[in-house]
Design a protein around this ligand. Structure first.
Ligand SMILES: Cc1cc2nc3c(=O)[nH]c(=O)nc-3n(C[C@H](O)[C@H](O)[C@H](O)COP(=O)(O)OP(=O)(O)OC[C@H]3O[C@@H](n4cnc5c(N)ncnc54)[C@H](O)[C@@H]3O)c2cc1C
Length: 439
């Protein structure tokens, strides 16, 4: 997404761009693959956006595919407590100013007692009032859980209110993320305005969403897209980058090179000398966090709503892909999304199937009578970087000490967590730096 953004923005500004992608398709982590059993595209992972993803939505506009993404008219998130079956809905009332837009939903929220709600409200107001830019150093030095505890939040409130929000947005638990990032997502998404957290998703699988539009956009501007070939290394001329050498032996010379690979792929491209340079070396200390997606195909519908979240269940979110993508019946395709999925690393497909088939039958009575036609678990180990305390200092800016080498990628310094929004923002920043250097 970051590389696509740089390529499209610079092509719009008159640069002749070559976009090189190692895989046979575009989109990186936000992409899909063809499942041979069902014969259609399956996303590597369910990708959710929010209305506050202004840069991402801007990229879709630029590519002419904004209509391929659905956005809720108002935030509405069904949440079920898995043990009791009690159901609550987190919703926004857009007619009220923030944070009152959440008040009715908060009062009706069944997973906290009245006493806990009073405490939680104090926590929400503290988040809203935190001056995160002024307190940056302090907030970067502690975990969000520590911050919540010092603001009166009990373990039960953390578990039933803060944890699902933080896990869903940061792919880690409150004790694993910095207070800075916890406060950032809450302020920017939930509390910035009555519509900023409206949720959305692609109406089609992720790769077809982008592929054709990007190729068309670049081709019309004299650009080239090379897929299925990796950049093997950067080519150097004194202290500048001369271009890139591809794995198939071809070489591309360039005025400027923007690396938009994930953080763990960068050191290899730089080579041992530059990878140890104080500007690049901290990148090696970024750590990835896994996400597991379970795809299930039933012979009949087992779920009615487009998506639902669960508390106290291994299934955190279940998305009804048939509804999201308007697929015709008679069967149903569901996708279970599990963030912070360390516990599942190394598990076989059979083990995953046993766990999630049983949980589905427990939480969706209709699944007990349905036949599971196909099961597929996809675990992405480095789905996101973990925004632990101190991580902001490891994220480099987009301009590097090498005058014609630039960085993009959601992990570069954008102030945002590992999201499509951060990827696009990084691409916009990198494109700006390229323009600035070559004015
Ligand atoms: C399962 C899952 C669920 C997620 N859910 C969400 C979500 O709900 N909402 C959200 O906003 N974000 C979500 N994310 C995170 C989001 O996908 C990423 O933050 C974002 O896509 C990162 O974009 P990027 O362009 O920076 O990196 P990438 O998408 O990783 O792109 C880097 C590209 O570089 C290519 N590459 C690597 N090495 C080379 C080389 N040597 N030569 C050429 N190409 C190379 C890779 O193949 C890749 O295509 C999720 C991620 C995963 C994995």
């Amino acid at each position: 997404m970051a590389g696509i953004t740089v390529a499209c923005v610079l092509a719009d500004r008159g640069w002749r761009v070559t976009l090189v992608e190692r895989r046979r398709w575009l989109g990186g982590r936000a992409s899909s693959f063809l499942d041979p059993v069902v014969g259609h595209h399956v996303d590597l992972g369910q990708h959710v956006l929010m209305r506050c993803f202004t840069a991402y939505l801007g990229l879709l506009e630029r590519l002419g595919i904004r209509d391929k993404v659905f956005l809720q008219r108002r935030l509405e998130v069904p949440l079920v407590e898995a043990v009791t079956g009690r159901r609550g809905v987190l919703f926004s009332q857009p007619s009220l100013p923030s944070p009152l837009h959440l008040s009715a939903s908060f009062l009706a929220y069944p997973h906290l007692t009245l006493r806990e709600k009073v405490r939680a409200l104090r926590g929400i107001l503290s988040v809203r009032g935190a001056d995160r830019l002024r307190q940056r150093d302090g907030l970067e030095g502690i975990t969000f859980r520590q911050w919540l505890e010092t603001h009166g939040q009990t373990p039960r409130i953390i578990r039933h209110l803060w944890e699902p929000i933080i896990l869903g947005t940061l792919n880690a638990l409150p004790h694993q993320v910095s207070a800075m990032m916890g406060i950032m997502v809450l302020q920017e998404a939930l509390l910035a305005g009555p519509h900023t957290a409206d949720m959305g998703w692609a109406r089609t699988p992720l790769s077809p969403l982008l592929e054709e539009a990007v190729r068309r956009h670049l081709a019309r501007r004299g650009g080239t897209v090379l897929t299925g070939v990796a950049v093997a290394r950067l080519m150097w001329e004194a202290e500048r980058v001369k271009g890139v050498a591809l794995a198939d032996g071809a070489e591309i010379t360039a005025t400027a090179v923007v690396s938009a690979v994930p953080w763990d792929a960068l050191p290899h491209l730089l080579g041992p000398g530059w990878a140890e340079h104080p500007f690049f070396a901290p990148v090696r200390r970024l750590k990835g966090a896994p996400i597991l997606n379970i795809h299930l195909w039933y012979d009949r519908p087992v779920m009615r709503e487009p998506f639902v979240g669960f508390l106290n269940s291994p299934m955190q979110w279940v998305f009804n892909k048939s509804a999201l993508w308007s697929l015709e019946g008679p069967g149903q395709h569901l996708s279970i999304s599990i963030s912070g999925a360390e516990a599942y690393v190394g598990k076989s497909q059979e083990e995953l199937e046993a766990i999630f088939r049983e949980e589905m039958e427990h939480l969706f009575p209709l699944a007990r009578r349905a036949r599971l036609l196909h099961f597929r678990g996809v675990l992405m180990r480095n789905a996101t970087f973990c925004p632990a305390p101190g991580v902001e200092a490891l994220r480099p800016p987009q301009a590097t000490p090498i005058p014609n080498l630039f960085l993009a990628g959601e992990w570069t310094r954008t102030g945002w967590p590992s999201t499509m929004e951060s990827a696009v923002r990084s691409g916009l920043l990198a494109a700006e730096e390229v323009q600035r250097r070559f004015l």
